[in-house]
Design a binder for this molecule. Structure first.
Ligand code: 5GP
Ligand code: ZN
Length: 105
């Protein structure tokens, strides 16, 4: 399998996991751009937001709820959620992921 995030999801590559359930794995970004930086990654391989289909509506909504749950657990007063889409949009890993950047007080 070629995809880095599929390998992390399948535990073939190491990562610091902070949450997982039947649909998502959340792990620390290797090059954090905030005091707390994790990636919410669906187990299902979808290349990017640009590749989402109608059938993925529930998945994408759940992704945001997973992010909200983690941010609440960490008690962040504020945080950022970001999708990078395509090379021009700063995407380097072609497996859908939502960045959660947390800023503690
Ligand atoms: P993108 O730019 O595609 O939206 O974000 C990909 C993110 O994955 C980057 O912030 C990058 O630091 C992170 N990343 C790249 N390779 C690895 C890795 O092997 N392990 C982890 N944990 N994060 C990675
Ligand atoms: Zn993948």
């Amino acid at each position: 399998m070629e995809c880095l995030f599929c390998k992390i999801v399948n535990k073939e590559e190491p990562a610091t996991l902070v949450y997982e359930d039947e649909r998502f794995v959340v792990f620390k970004d290797i090059h954090p751009k905030a005091p707390f930086h994790v990636l919410i990654v669906p187990r299902k391989h979808i290349a990017s937001v640009a590749e989402l289909g109608e059938q993925d509506k529930e998945l994408i909504a759940e992704m945001i709820f997973v992010a909200k749950h983690i941010a609440e657990e960490q008690k962040f007063p504020g945080y950022k959620l970001q999708f990078n889409v395509g090379r021009q949009g700063g995407q380097i890993v072609d497996h859908l992921h939502l960045h959660l950047l947390g800023y503690p007080l």
